[in-house]
Design a binder for this molecule. Structure first.
Ligand SMILES: N[C@@H](CCC(=O)N[C@@H](CS)C(=O)NCC(=O)O)C(=O)O
Length: 211
């Protein structure tokens, strides 16, 4: 059985949602980062970065949320959550996954780091405005990409949508505005998925909160 090491309201939600999308059998192992559980020797043996999520599947110990989502999609090909390798759709899928992590998420992460995640002495409040500007610029690219589309790739939901929707949700709870109503509508459509709702319910059970 697969084991997901995660904590509510972190990027491990992506892996949790992905597990629900593919219908995998898994156990959710809570790692309380606030209590230093990411820094224990046991956890760092799995992920030297001490970060969540980590997925254990037999002998495979995998970190990086996007890698976990793509891996799960490949393990359950009948779900169609990742396009076939070597196709234009797969190339486009990769494009959006890399965009999600390097362009859309990074400004949000920069804001989070400089508001609370970094030790106080490393926080620079002046970068917040720049990061907000960068987030809007990335959102504009996403908005254009969705201009005539229901999903990011082809005519079905993929893990690329999952990553991007998680990031848009992160912006929403952090009250970071992008100003594109099409992105709000897109997010709203995607979170109607039953797997998203099950993942939210699982996290809520653990915390009383939602992602
Ligand atoms: N690029 C990684 C980032 C993982 C990451 O930064 N996770 C955060 C939670 S959202 C974490 O575990 N932070 C703990 C720490 O920085 O010590 C991914 O997408 O999985």
């Amino acid at each position: 059985m697969k084991i997901l090491y995660g904590m509510p309201n972190t990027r491990s939600f992506r892996a949790l949602w992905a597990l629900e999308e593919v219908g995998a059998e898994y156990r959710y192992q809570l790692v309380d980062l606030g209590k230093g559980a990411g820094q224990t020797p046991e956890f760092r043996a799995m992920n030297p970065a001490g970060k969540l999520p980590v997925l254990v599947d037999g002998k495979l110990v995998l970190s990086e949320s996007a890698a976990i989502c793509s891996y799960l999609a490949e393990c359950y090909p009948h779900t169609g959550l990742i396009p076939e390798p070597g196709t234009a759709d797969r190339a486009r899928y990769n494009q959006w996954c890399f965009f999600a992590l390097t362009e859309l998420e990074q400004p949000l992460w920069t804001m989070a780091k400089h508001k609370f995640a970094l030790p106080k002495e490393y926080r620079v409040r002046d970068v917040l405005e720049t990061a907000a500007f960068e987030f809007k610029r990335a959102a504009q690219v996403l908005d254009a990409g969705l201009a005539d589309r229901y999903f990011l790739v082809g005519d079905r939901f993929s893990m690329a949508d999952l990553l991007v929707v998680h990031i848009l949700s992160w912006a929403r709870v952090s009250r970071v505005k992008h100003g594109f109503s099409r992105l709000d509508d897109y997010r709203e459509r995607m979170i109607q998925r039953q797997a998203w709702q099950r993942a939210v319910a699982i996290e809520s059970e653990k915390t009383g909160g939602t992602e």
